[in-house]
Design a protein around this ligand. Structure first.
Ligand code: ZN
Length: 293
């Protein structure tokens, strides 16, 4: 699948991508790193040897947004655009979806699930060909997009609380909390499972993520009532809304571990996608592939 139209507003001198936010750099790197530890033997050794590449390149898709205007839509899908039973009507595969809604519409409202499916196929092919560079790039990318699919605000039009008077909530949920508490998150160990239908899996992930949106918004409203403006916000920097550590901690408590749970699920799912691609490629021996480092 290739997309045609960038989802961007071009203002004098700057380009603002609609809903082009993404999980913070810290969280993306952490998720890819954690996922390496979810891969079972005999594939584990390969990923462990390449853990630095997989970690560093976890954020490449976000960097790409700055140079490629078609990249923005890959990071989200506004599920709420597709009616009250979106998961019953949205086709699993790009071709069917494009036929039903047009490529323009899909690009406008986000293409995240199809991007995961695209890279899963690419990774499977790369394993078949034992193409090290593509294996690594596809693995890092899958890590990125699968992680984005675990962020509730990547699934709705109200992606930054801008429709409910909660501007700034996007980075609060996906960056501030994990940056403050990520080092305490438990690691995962082995246990990746084979996905019979990876395309169905990404849609199930999105269904679960989307179901969390009301809690994400309601809890922030609730917590907000206990804070004055100066207790809630730090002075903004580079036009970015910043929250006080006390507010970040209070919101995290109100979410009852949701951010950690989503991050850990991301890592587990990423290793499942990697492992599945390798199995579907016929379990090639990758132990002798020359490492990048
Ligand atoms: Zn992203």
């Amino acid at each position: 699948m290739r997309r045609i139209r960038p989802v961007a507003l071009i203002l004098p001198g700057i380009i603002i991508y609609l809903n082009a936010f993404s999980l913070g750099f810290y969280a993306h790197k952490k998720i890819n790193r954690m996922a390496v530890y979810g891969v079972p033997a005999p594939l584990a050794g390969f990923y462990k040897r390449n853990i630095e590449y997989i970690t560093i390149h976890a954020v490449d898709p976000d960097k790409k947004k700055f140079i490629d205007s078609a990249e923005g839509p890959h990071h989200f899908i506004n599920i709420d655009h597709y009616g009250s039973h979106p998961f019953d009507v949205l086709p699993k595969y790009w071709k069917d979806a494009a036929k039903r809604y047009s490529e323009d519409t899909l690009n406008k409202y986000g293409t995240l699930p199809w991007e995961v499916i695209y890279w899963e196929n690419k990774l499977t092919d790369a394993f078949k060909k034992k193409d090290l560079n593509t294996i690594l790039r596809a693995s890092a990318n899958i890590g990125h997009y699968v992680a984005d699919a675990h962020v509730p605000l990547h699934t709705v039009a109200n992606y930054n609380g801008q429709l409910t008077g909660q501007e700034g909530i996007h980075a609060l949920w996906e960056s501030a909390i994990s940056e403050a508490f990520g080092d305490t998150y438990q690691h995962i160990n082995g246990g990746a499972v084979y996905l019979k239908d990876p395309a169905a899996t990404i849609w199930n992930i999105l269904k679960q993520t989307y179901s969390l949106v009301p809690i994400v918004l309601i809890k922030e409203k609730e917590v907000s009532t206990h804070f004055t403006k100066s207790e809630k916000y730090l002075p903004s920097k580079n036009n970015k809304i910043r929250y006080t550590p006390a507010y970040i901690a209070a919101y995290n408590r109100a979410l009852n571990g949701m951010v950690e749970k989503q991050l850990r699920s991301s890592a587990v799912d990423v290793s499942n996608f990697w492992y599945t691609a390798w199995v579907n490629a016929g379990q090639p021996d990758v132990s002798k592939l020359r490492d990048k480092h």
